[in-house]
Design a protein around this ligand. Structure first.
Ligand code: 6PG
Length: 255
């Protein structure tokens, strides 16, 4: 089966990770500025893990630190590990270090609370925060995030939506999930929220992701490949990948 995307415009391939992150940063700046111009505020959920660090550093430096209206941006997390906020594995810590620390006018940041009694309480607290700071806009009462940044694991997960986990069927906006593969708890936005976003931007780099990227783009959507279930109902999906990750895709040209 061809791996060509239905909409070739939704795949941006950079010669290397630096190139594709620069292109992603420009797109993030454009989407945020447009959202603020239209609605006076922009809501963005951030990907965790290692890949987006480079992007966040670009966004925290010139010209994006000055050109993006950060004072009107509200930042959320797509998912979080169930660890203390100062833990090396904390996504909130990674965001603070790579994005917020260097911004002259930091945006409002709503990290997922990992200092509460348990993950159920934390998931409820984040559902409340999301409802307060990104008010429901769809008929089903979901927020429509202006921009959602996502990564992809080599097992096809995205956010903390791992293959074979019950969170794939969650209907609430935020849920806790135990991930057997990691023997760890996570908090995550759920598929209804991801698919209600106005813009979804996947960031995937490195040769180790090439086999899974080809499957997610070529075979999806299917539950064994959760990243392939992200299909914004009324939004724009784009993949920002480097040449190494795109190696198994057909019909792509670098930008
Ligand atoms: C997380 C992420 C997760 C991540 C993928 C890819 O908290 O780990 O949200 O979904 O995007 O695991 O991680 P890398 O970018 O580190 O490869």
């Amino acid at each position: 089966m061809s791996n060509a995307l239905p909409d070739p415009g939704s795949l941006v391939v950079g010669a290397d990770s630096a190139s594709v992150m620069q292109q992603a940063a420009a797109r993030v700046a454009e989407v945020l500025a447009d959202a603020v111009a239209i609605r006076g505020v922009a809501t963005m959920a951030l990907a965790g893990g290692n890949t987006p660090r480079q992007l966040y550093r670009l966004l925290s430096g010139s010209p994006h630190a000055e050109s993006i209206p950060w004072g009107q941006v509200r930042l959320f997390l797509g998912d979080e590990r169930w660890v203390p906020t100062d833990h090396p594995q904390s996504n909130a810590r990674m965001v603070r270090e790579s994005l917020l620390a260097a911004l002259p006018e930091p945006p409002e940041f709503f990290p997922m609370p990992t200092d509460l009694a348990d993950t159920a309480e934390a998931a409820q607290a984040y559902r409340d925060a999301l409802a307060r700071e990104a008010p429901p806009e769809t008929e089903g009462g979901l927020p429509r995030l202006d921009l959602l940044l996502l990564g992809m694991g080599d097992d096809g997960h995205t956010a903390s939506l791992f293959p074979g986990t019950r969170i794939l069927d969650a209907r609430e906006t935020v849920a806790a999930v135990f991930v057997p593969r990691l023997a760890a708890w996570r908090l995550s936005l759920t598929l209804p929220v991801l698919n209600a976003a106005r813009h979804v931007l996947f960031l995937v780099t490195g040769a180790d992701k090439a086999p899974m990227l080809a499957r997610v783009i070529g075979e999806g959507p299917c539950r064994t490949l959760p990243a392939s279930l992200v299909k914004p109902e009324d939004g724009v999906l784009a993949w920002y990948v480097d040449r190494a990750a795109a190696a198994r895709l057909e019909d792509h040209s670098e930008r």
